[in-house]
Design a protein around this ligand. Structure first.
Ligand code: MN
Length: 272
């Protein structure tokens, strides 16, 4: 639920709504906007009895949100969310942000060569997985902490930002120390062969309309084929993606995973 305050509502009036929501047993999230303040209500399971709030002094309207994704919805926040990164980079603004690099961090030489190719092509962010849980315990599981340290080294050498995945709560602290962007993996414990998605470009436009969050498209895992990565990256950006996450490897044939979809370094400039 969202309580939209009148233009010019006082801080006291906003505070009173926040307190009433607290008294009702929910949490209040005030969101000051350019035109007016809205106060989100979270912690409810189903419809909230808004009789205590209607109409609170200074409030214009009370909107009931029924989506399961209310905090990321446009009703909750109308303006695009722009995620600002070090170095003046922003995700969700006017720039298209390209994140590129290997599926996994394998060795120092491999990640440094990847990072140099990414930087030379003009991308700003290096990707690389340190934790790679796979369906078979016999396949490469990633270098773990050592992989994170190598990513940090590549970051220091090239000045690129780093995006990588954390698998669990314990991993988050370690990743935070070495990487700039944290990425939560949606599907755990499977090779990308088994999690291959249908790359529905129209979903990008649909989600943009429903949500204020930036969208990053992954044409590598979505298509699984090197020759389709650049055309689908272009399609994603045309549909409104704020950035793309692409796999590339200095020697794709030697990659422990996802070799068929990894771009060759000489393809990076074309991608950009
Ligand atoms: Mn991969």
């Amino acid at each position: 639920m969202l309580v939209v305050m009148q233009h010019g509502a006082t801080a006291d009036q906003v505070q009173r709504v926040v307190e009433t929501i607290g008294d009702m047993g929910y949490q209040a999230r005030p969101m000051p906007g350019a035109q007016r303040t809205a106060i989100g209500l979270v912690g409810n399971d189903g419809l909230v009895d808004a009789s205590r709030l209607a109409p609170p002094p200074g409030a214009k309207e009370v909107i009931h949100l029924t989506h399961p994704y209310k905090q990321v919805s446009r009703e909750w926040k109308a303006e695009n969310t722009v995620v600002r990164l070090p170095g003046g980079l922003a995700v969700g603004g006017d720039q298209v942000v390209v994140m590129a690099g290997p599926c996994s961090v394998e060795a120092e030489e491999q990640i440094l060569a990847s990072a140099r190719a990414v930087r030379e092509a003009g991308a700003a962010i290096l990707r690389g997985g340190a934790f790679k849980p796979r369906s078979s315990p016999y396949t490469f599981q990633g270098l773990g902490l050592k992989g994170l340290k190598l990513l940090a080294k590549a970051r220091e050498e090239t000045g690129l930002l780093v995006v990588t995945e954390a698998m669990d709560i314990e991993g988050v602290a370690a990743v935070e120390e070495h990487a700039v962007i944290l990425c939560e993996r949606g599907v755990r414990g499977f090779d990308s062969n088994t999690t291959r998605n249908v790359f529905d470009v129209s979903a990008i436009a649909v989600v943009h309309e429903l949500s204020h969050l930036p969208i990053i498209a992954d044409p590598s895992h979505a298509t699984g084929r090197r020759d389709k990565v650049i055309p689908m990256a272009r399609a994603a950006v045309a549909a409104g993606a704020d950035g793309i996450l692409v796999e590339g490897h200095p020697q794709p044939a030697r990659a422990p995973a996802d070799r068929g979809q990894s771009l060759y370094p000489h393809q990076f400039p074309n991608l950009i």
